[in-house]
Design a protein around this ligand. Sequence first.
Ligand SMILES: N[C@@H](CCC(=O)N[C@@H](CS)C(=O)NCC(=O)O)C(=O)O
Length: 223
Amino acid sequence: MKLYCDPISTTSRPVLMFIAEAGLDVEIVKVDLLAGGHQDPEFLAINPNGIVPFLVDGDFRLGESVAILKYLAIRAHSTAYPESLKAQMKVDEALMWFATQFHEYFCLFTCYPNMGVPHDAPRELAAGLMAYGLEHSPRWLKVLDQHMLADQPFVCGDRVTLADYLGLSFVLLGRVADFDFSPYPNIEAWIARMQARPSYVPTYAAFETLVGFIRAQPQAAAA
Ligand SMILES: N[C@@H](CCC(=O)N[C@@H](CS)C(=O)NCC(=O)O)C(=O)O
């Protein structure tokens, strides 16, 4: 199996962290986003969307981080994607929540404009998106802090699941916006719990370098 990905990619890191923790035998193929590797004809021939992560398992090809996470977890019989119907649907619920509501307001509006994404967006649009994101993200952060993580160590209970790998990457994107998580103590404790896992440092090293670079830029906005 091959995973095409880049550790600076928010949707690649959850898959990389799960592969590391589950000890899966997956060849990691770096698609260098900053060098435009996702637009190379060879990669576009594999994934016409030109985005990562992307999994190739023989003649089976699969995009979308959530689908890839589930495919790998089901194959590995991992408890990170439980087999019982209700437990599995709770993980699906959290995955969809992170990938929709949370991603839209927090990642897309609040954080990505700090990274100059989308690259061709006018400055005023980026500033407007950030202001809108900062105003509306607390609604979802409060749900994560005061409900999903209020009385349990991980998003779906006592054990780490796919929702924690995905959610961590989305939440930590706040670092590019110098986001203040102190009003959300349960989120802070969960971040610390996830960062204490041995897979964290190797998975997030490239992201930490990128964060340092972005925050050193004079136009970096404080959230
Ligand atoms: N919904 C997709 C999103 C994948 C995605 O947007 N990946 C970004 C990196 S985080 C990418 O490859 N961007 C390249 C581009 O947009 O051209 C998933 O969850 O896998």
